[in-house]
Write a protein that binds this ligand. Structure first.
Ligand code: FAD
Ligand code: PYC
Length: 405
């Protein structure tokens, strides 16, 4: 600001579309930008465009509550999310960009007998997969997070908690910006404000490129990483996706001095909370009850969430909220992602992350790049096929958690 914002070097050029690319990635969220970065860096494929209808990182990447953890039940999920966690740990160094990854611990509260049994099952399964997770009594949970109310007569009594210490948060925008800068430096074009209107297929059925608001762009391979809009785009290529798009909301409070030492989630009451480095309490809600493409959400959801937060943390009762927003999340029937090849030659998809794909960003991007470059899945994403919804080989994290997210 002292320089009047003059003489700064652009972090990435404002690229204009070329007529043809080896790979077009649709969606400049963390996943799409990350995939372009790894395509260039690890596979030497640099004739790549990442195209977004808006500004990069303006989708769910820039709208989420930044919770990173890998305490999922099934082996397939543990491998995928732990791969991401491994990459998170070195990401600032990898990109030479501070993504502010903070391993402050994620604590999931148990409020009833069902929660105790479900969390303890997760803890045992996680440990078998080498994923850290441990059980805390209510008193131990309070010692770890002093603002927590553990009074036995509370509206939502806390009867214990599961704690993953390696888990935490990161700065969401920085993740998109770091990948964008790294990809652009290796020759990738990042094209903003350019909606992809459809995917074009040739007479042999294979992908030919994408139709956009700025004309047709030819591509040998197209990877769709468009979160809540994936099903619309894939439909234009004749591929029906098992996805539903829902609004998911979050809000932040006025900034205060450090008070929340960790992330706390309560799936039972659909509320989660952490504190950003700016001091704001970052609070998230559950999804709306019905599908929508409106990038906001119902007020009753936010009221319910804030009421729950005030019950679990009465100390925050008088905090003022600054702003709220919504994103559109792409939800699969088993609440696991779809990441891999499609029945269309040259067309790849990365979606279905629903309410929980930020944590996966580096891992998903890494294995998506592998899949596109080699035209075959990486061992880690091999189970996350589209076909599992016809074969029945689900990765049913929905049933495992028995909650909306
Ligand atoms: P996005 O960042 O949404 O990127 C997709 C991009 O595609 C967008 O930029 C969009 O503009 C672009 N696009 C769409 N259609 C087109 C088109 N036709 N043409 C061109 N471009 C197009 N996950 C967690 O792990 N932890 C959390 O704490 C968490 N909290 C969340 C809280 C909220 C309120 C929300 C909304 C989500 C949350 N998530 C969380 C989920 C997480 O944000 C997403 O799963 C993840 O960010 C998805 O990243 P992405 O790159 O796939 O999608
Ligand atoms: O997946 O951890 C998560 C999450 C938290 C808030 C939204 N999703």
């Amino acid at each position: 600001a002292v320089t009047g914002h003059k003489g700064w070097t652009e972090q990435w050029p404002d690229s204009q579309p070329k007529a043809e690319y080896d790979v077009v990635v649709v969606g400049a969220g963390g996943h799409g930008l990350g995939a372009a970065y790894y395509l260039a860096k690890e596979h030497g494929i640099t004739n790549v465009a990442v195209i977004d209808k808006g500004w990069l990182g303006g989708g769910n990447t820039g709208r989420n509550t930044t919770i990173i953890r890998s305490n999922y039940l099934y082996d397939e999920s543990a491998r995928l999310y732990d791969h991401a966690l491994d990459l998170w740990e070195g990401l600032s160094q990898e990109l030479n960009y501070n993504v502010m990854f903070s391993r402050r611990g994620v604590m999931m509260l148990a409020h009833n007998q069902h929660d105790i049994q479900s969390f303890q099952r997760h803890i045992h399964a996680n440990r078998l997969n080498g994923v850290d997770n441990k059980w805390l009594s209510a008193k131990e949970a309070k010692a770890f997070c002093p603002p927590l109310n553990i009074a036995p007569d509370a509206r939502y009594p806390v009867v214990g908690a599961a704690l993953q210490m390696r888990a935490g948060t990161a700065r969401h925008d920085a993740v998109a910006w770091g990948y964008a800068r790294g990809a652009a430096a290796r020759g990738v074009d990042i094209i903003q404000n350019c909606p992809v209107t459809s995917i074009r297929r040739g007479p042999d059925g294979a992908v030919e490129g994408v139709e956009t608001a700025r004309g047709f762009i030819k591509a040998k391979k197209v990877a769709v990483s468009a979160a809540g809009h994936t099903s619309v785009l894939m439909d234009s290529a004749g591929v029906r996706m098992p996805l539903e798009s829902y609004p998911l909301q979050a809000l932040v409070s006025e900034p205060v001095k450090p008070i929340m030492p960790c992330v706390v989630m309560s799936n039972t009451v659909h509320a989660y909370i952490s504190q950003s480095d700016k001091g704001e309490l970052v609070i998230g809600s559950g999804t709306d009850q019905y599908t929508s493409y409106s990038q906001r959400g119902g007020l009753p959801l936010i009221e319910h969430t804030v009421a729950a937060i005030c019950e679990v943390f009465p100390i925050f009762n008088r905090m003022r909220m600054l702003r709220k927003w919504g994103g559109i999340v792409d939800v699969t029937p088993d609440r696991s992602a779809i990441l891999g090849k499609t029945p269309v030659k040259g067309l790849y998809v990365n979606c279905g992350w629903g309410t929980g794909g930020f944590k996966a960003t580096p891992g998903a991007a890494h294995v998506l790049a592998h899949t596109v470059a080699k035209d075959e899945p990486h061992a880690i994403n091999a189970p996350f096929t589209l076909e599992r919804f016809t074969t029945g080989r689900l990765i049913d994290e929905a049933a495992a958690a028995a909650v909306a997210h």
